[in-house]
Ligand binder design. Structure first.
Ligand code: FPP
Length: 261
């Protein structure tokens, strides 16, 4: 049978997930989860399917994970959907990835409205096709008054590029005499990043077995807990998300201080 989030599962498995969600310590559910959705291509290769079908399945999984995170009480998820380095891929694959926001968001907006979820985006719209930016901007506009979970897409995003842009803006302010160099603090830098309106991620998840950050949220992840799994993104389920959150709840975050401080 299909559970209410859209996964095929036995009745027993559904019950056990419900129980696990109910027993999460709500105050320790990560407020912001950042996810590197890796492994769409390998998921497809394993099934002798073309890579683009892996991306399409990965896109469908965003729906399921959005519903699951929302149900678990997560405040925001940031999904690494297209990096500044992904332009190096074959043009056919890039073209396919650029079409996904349109296909995904237009059909998902009614449910996002029901779930009170707001779409946000980090990255640069310059350089992406018009139909891609239009779809993202439309979803942001439609959902802008929603007050529940934030579904934040990192699209045409690279962390070094984000930091360069922030530094250029700060340097400009200094040059104009509107900011003193000693006024540049960690808070000021955070305010000039694309994530300025979001809390820093509590948990980073990367699927598909790679243990690296790939130019994702380098500044923002300074004190984030990391969680890696070998599972490819299209197969990353609500059970896996729960595994990550349960594991997160056992961590002792010290921020450089001592236990219990
Ligand atoms: C990494 O897998 C995945 C990507 C580069 C793209 C991720 C995109 C989606 C999940 C869909 C995006 C949808 C929307 C709505 C924006 P990979 O291709 O690098 O996999 P591989 O390492 O196994 O080849």
């Amino acid at each position: 049978m299909l559970d209410k989030l859209g996964w095929k599962k036995s009745e027993k498995a559904i019950q056990s997930i419900d129980e696990r969600v109910a027993s999460l310590s709500q105050q320790d559910v990560p407020n912001h989860i950042a996810i590197i959705m890796d492994g769409n291509g390998r998921w497809a290769n394993k099934r002798a399917l073309p890579r683009f079908l892996g991306h399409r399945e990965g896109m469908q999984n965003i729906r399921r994970i959005t519903r699951a995170a929302n149900r678990m009480g997560v405040g925001a998820i940031t999904l690494y959907a297209f990096s500044t380095e992904n332009w190096k891929r074959p043009s056919k694959e890039v073209e396919f990835l650029m079409r996904l926001p349109e296909e995904f968001l237009n059909s998902f907006i009614p449910e996002l409205m029901d779930l009170n979820i707001r779409v946000e985006m980090i990255g640069e719209m310059d350089g992406v096709p018009e139909y891609t930016s239009r779809a993202i901007q439309h979803a942001m506009k439609e959902t802008k008054n929603n007050t529940g979970m934030i579904l934040n897409f990192a699209f045409n995003y690279g962390s070094r590029r984000e930091i360069v842009l922030a530094m250029q803006r700060l340097a400009q302010l200094v040059k104009q005499g509107d900011l003193q160099p000693e006024e540049i603090t960690e808070e000021v830098i955070s305010d000039y990043l694309m994530t300025s309106k979001l809390p820093e991620p509590d948990l980073l998840i990367r699927t598909s077995g790679e243990i690296r950050l790939s130019n994702f949220l380098l500044w923002q992840l300074a004190y984030t807990e990391f969680w890696f799994t070998d599972v490819h993104w299209p197969e990353f389920t609500d059970e896996k998300l729960l595994d990550a959150i349960e594991d997160f709840q056992k961590r002792n975050r010290r921020y450089g201080g001592l236990k219990g401080e």
